[in-house]
Design a protein around this ligand. Structure first.
Ligand code: 15L
Length: 261
């Protein structure tokens, strides 16, 4: 019997992942700020609560094997918002995992933890952190927190440095860092189910020709084998546009305040 708890399960990415994995786990808890309007998939139940509410998270995590933490702010925002949602909120997720005896957290980190590396550098899991936004800093905090909770209290983590999770790549940068919906679903499944992972960084992209990440070590650790290549879905990409300078793209601009979606 496997029980999975999602934070952010009713958000943009969460909906796609849940649908792809629908019916796979005996019990699925959606920890969400409000009850979803759409109908639930088999085995799903909703706990209405906020990441700010640690006792509610601890109660929701009772009997849970794996937390898939997709919740929080997914873009640049004023620091106070980032702190409340992604720093305090992620701390609450890990603390709830520890107190409730959850085995693993699959934590949605982001490519924006390494966003200020130049686009011509191919990075692996050991690359130094170079966040490009407060958002990227909050995800780097989440990775550090995961390391602490593993080393000190034995909570496992898979840290998914997700690229651009879209139906199709939209620009030159996304040709390198695109994560297709089917690959994103498979990546999450592997992160939930496979191996004894310790605390493992895993790049979240498809098998893109010319990808900027050598994710082999992380992919092998969880048994993820991506199938899609952005180059095969690139009709909407303007190939005459200026080449991206950094991994983080628009997030690296001094005046970037979010809202690219
Ligand atoms: C992210 O981490 C964001 O959550 C998402 O909104 C996209 O901007 C993505 O990165 C990206 O870099 O394309």
């Amino acid at each position: 019997m496997t029980t999975v708890l999602y934070t952010g399960g009713t958000g943009r990415m969460g909906r796609v992942i849940r649908e792809g994995l629908a019916g796979r786990y005996d019990r699925v808890v959606l920890f969400a700020r409000s009850a979803p309007e759409e109908s639930l998939f088999p085995g799903e139940e909703v706990v209405v609560g906020d990441l700010a509410d640690l006792p509610a998270l601890v109660a929701a995590a009772a009997g849970v094997d794996v937390i898939v933490h997709l919740g929080g702010v997914a873009d640049e925002a004023p620091f106070d918002e980032i702190r409340a949602s992604n720093i305090d909120g992620t701390h609450h997720v890990y603390e709830a995992a520890r107190r409730a005896g959850v085995r693993r957290v699959v934590n949605a980190s982001s490519n924006h933890v390494i966003g200020f590396h130049a686009a011509d550098e191919v990075l692996d899991e050991q690359a130094p952190l170079r966040p490009d936004t407060y958002y990227g800093v909050s995800k780097a905090f989440g990775e550090a927190l995961a390391s602490l909770y593993h080393d000190k209290w034995g909570v496992e983590s898979v840290l998914l440095r997700i690229g651009s999770f879209r139906p199709a790549p939209e620009d030159l940068r996304q040709l390198a860092i695109w994560l297709s919906w089917p690959d994103g679903i498979e990546l999450t499944r592997c992160a939930i189910e496979n191996g004894s992972v310790g605390c493992q960084v895993v790049y979240g992209c498809s098998a893109n020709t010319g990808r900027w990440w050598n994710g082999d070590a992380g992919w092998a650790a969880i048994g993820y084998v991506p199938k899609d290549d952005a180059a095969d879905h690139a009709d909407g990409v303007d190939r005459t546009a200026a080449a991206p300078k950094y991994h983080g793209g628009a997030f690296t601009a001094p005046d970037y305040e979010g809202g690219i979606w």
